[in-house]
Design a protein around this ligand. Sequence first.
Ligand SMILES: C[S@@+](CC[C@H](N)C(=O)[O-])C[C@H]1O[C@@H](n2cnc3c(N)ncnc32)[C@H](O)[C@@H]1O
Length: 277
Amino acid sequence: MKKLIFSIPAPLFDIFVIEFNGYGIEILNRDESEVNFAIYVQDEEYEGIKEAINEIFEELGGGSLILEEEIKEENWEEKWKENFKPVSAPPFIIIPEWEVYEDKDYIPIKLKIGMAFGTGLHPTTQIALSLIPECVKEGKKVLDVGTGSGVLAIASAKLGADVYAVDVQEEAVKECSENAWENEVSIKCEKKSVHQVEDRFDTVIANLQMDIFREHFDKIVQLFKDCLIITGIYGEKERDEITNMAHKHRLHVKKEIFKKDINKDGENWYGFIFEHQ
Ligand SMILES: C[S@@+](CC[C@H](N)C(=O)[O-])C[C@H]1O[C@@H](n2cnc3c(N)ncnc32)[C@H](O)[C@@H]1O
């Protein structure tokens, strides 16, 4: 197993994390100008992952590998455990699978360490988790578009919904199923792009990037009856774009919230609940 250490300009770090789909990243040092982070890779994944990271760096216009070292596998597990702490996103708390949670104040969501996006650390996941209780009720049909680790699907299932989760990535579908099992909820997780989904749902949840909304928003709108939770919108420009798109589809903003991104260039991440007019 190898530990690879990278450096990336701070404003690019969050975009990198999204592009890299949340694959286990350990932040070593972070200041206003730069983030240094490490990833741990199995020897057989080494070339592929290094290549994938370089492609993202090229696309973003910054970032480089600064050190690589051989490490013992058991250290890797321990390192991860040190770094993966509970994250509260009321009314939920995300806890690593090995932790026992006894406090009754929050609804626990257990997650395995995985490659799919959705450790609960990202502001967009937290925004979606805070909006879910307003839309998701017992017995309602919910679609989670771009489920990643399955975190939002599990939150919905824990509130008693009947949940269908899709993602274009094989790894995400596997993790969604494993995490659902770990949380003792039943979720149908499938490898599918949103444009292939048929049926209609009481609530649709989509934490995606703006370019995916540009391509699939028309379809997403057709899939929901009562509530559409949208997040993954960064900055005022994207906010205006998504609200204009919603307006064209005669959607009404039931709720809008935002969270400041302290690590990027200080803009906000936005989340919405839309309903049909
Ligand atoms: C930002 S992550 C969100 C993960 C998780 N739902 C969360 O909130 O933390 C977006 C996910 O959408 C998936 N995705 C991208 N395009 C998609 C599409 N056309 N249909 C379904 N999923 C898609 C990606 O693979 C990724 O796992």
